[in-house]
Design a binder for this molecule. Structure first.
Ligand SMILES: Nc1ncnc2c1ncn2[C@@H]1O[C@H](COP(=O)(O)OP(=O)(O)OP(=O)(O)O)[C@@H](O)[C@H]1O
Ligand SMILES: [Mg+2]
Length: 373
């Protein structure tokens, strides 16, 4: 297992990780979903002196207190229905190893007390036992995608527990804040999934790479990984263009482009125009052109200028690609010709070239050559 990423923040994280591995102190890892918190926890264990011991992971979310407590501390026979024999908990099984508690921010107030008591004494009391069973030697690594400080401030998370857990703090930045890592991760996962599926790796056009680098990646590396697996399955051995990317990625790119300051063609009015509203219905809310725009235009509630503006907004997001525009406006691919002849008939088919050119000057990516889509 390794941490992929050469951005400055990932190199700093690697250094902090090494440092954490050399010590035995508790570690709190924070970051959005899918950024690699579990990967980091596993690497710390692997590189630490405890590597020959076990690494036991437990997700605290979604488990009722009683189950969480018995998972962690074990239970005595007869302590609840179904407890047929004494059972050690994870803390015992991980003795001289590491325990990784994921989503620790979800722990109930009662479980927070139980965990705190254990951290203070190092002693384990199995569920149903009337005294502590034994002391264990484990290292604790916790993770959460919540903003724990806010939960401490609101009283939802105990401050004393927070201070106990937050000895070494590792913060993993979201992927969008380290866009330099995106091309690296893209190549890595395309290669990896091609091997797994015994397919030829697709090549990514410069333009598609720019779109991938611009996307917000709310699901971070996990999301990117899934998108790459789908691309391998769909486009093995071919050149991937923006048109092959999932719609949410292309749409996200559009939103990013719009919010960039100094972007040309941005209406000055703060209120969205009718055309912008209709474009958003399709680009953001998934409505089809045939239901959102076509009837309104036919009934003359929309002017030609409005329709041109809608096409313009679409072409901006589709980087001048009419086939992609058809997808973004939620029409089936077969409607391509029908859509174009409709635009031509009403003199609303804008030349696509300038949208491609606009984007070329707009981007600052390491790729110097752009492949036409
Ligand atoms: N820097 C990285 N290098 C390699 N793989 C990564 C990296 N970051 C994340 N991954 C991969 O992304 C996926 C998600 O990572 P992980 O499970 O560690 O995320 P997480 O932060 O624990 O997410 P969650 O908050 O949803 O539990 C995993 O398949 C992991 O292998
Ligand atoms: Mg996780």
């Amino acid at each position: 297992m390794r941490l992929i990423g050469r951005s400055e923040s990932m190199r700093a994280l690697e250094a902090d990780l090494e440092c954490a591995a050399r010590s035995d102190a508790k570690v709190l890892i924070t970051g959005e979903t899918g950024v690699g918190k579990e990967v980091v926890a596993r690497l710390i264990h692997e590189r630490s002196a405890r590597t020959r011991g076990a690494l036991v992971a437990l997700n605290c979310a979604g488990l009722p207190d009683s189950l969480l407590e018995s998972e962690l501390f074990g239970h005595m026979r007869g302590s609840f229905t179904g407890a047929y024999k004494d059972k050690p908990g994870l803390l015992e099984s991980a003795s001289s190893g590491t325990v990784f508690l994921d989503e620790v921010g979800e722990m109930s107030p009662r479980m927070q007390v139980v965990l705190l008591r254990f951290l203070e004494s190092g002693e384990i009391q199995r569920v149903g036992a009337d005294r502590s069973h034994r002391r264990v030697d484990v290292r604790l690594i916790t993770a959460t995608n919540r903003h724990l400080e806010t939960h401490v401030a609101s009283g939802a998370f105990r401050e004393d527990l927070y201070f106990r857990l937050n000895v070494i703090r590792l913060v993993i930045p979201p992927l969008r804040e380290r866009a330099d890592d995106i091309p690296l991760l893209v190549s890595y996962y395309l290669e990896r999934y091609s091997q797994i599926h015994h397919l030829d790796a697709p090549e990514v056009s410069t333009d598609a790479m720019a779109t991938l680098a611009d996307y917000r990646w709310p699901g971070n590396v996990r999301e990117l990984k899934n998108v790459m697996e789908r691309l391998v399955l769909k486009s093995a051995g071919r050149l991937v263009t923006s048109q092959d990317l999932p719609l949410e990625v292309v749409r996200g790119d559009l939103r990013a482009a719009r919010s960039r300051p100094g972007q040309p063609n941005r209406g000055d009015a703060s209120e969205p125009s009718r055309a912008e509203e209709l474009a958003a219905l399709m680009l953001r809310d998934g409505e089809s052109f045939w239901s959102a725009v076509f009837p309104v235009f036919k009934s003359r509630d929309l002017t030609r200028a409005d329709l041109r503006r809608i096409v313009q907004l679409g072409l901006e997001s589709a980087n001048g690609n009419y086939r992609l525009l058809v997808r973004l406006f939620n029409m089936p691919n077969e409607d391509y010709k029908r859509f174009l002849s409709f635009l031509r008939k009403h003199d609303c088919q804008l030349p696509y070239q300038r949208f491609r050119a606009a984007r070329m000057t707009d981007h600052t990516t390491p790729h110097s050559v752009r492949t036409a889509v």
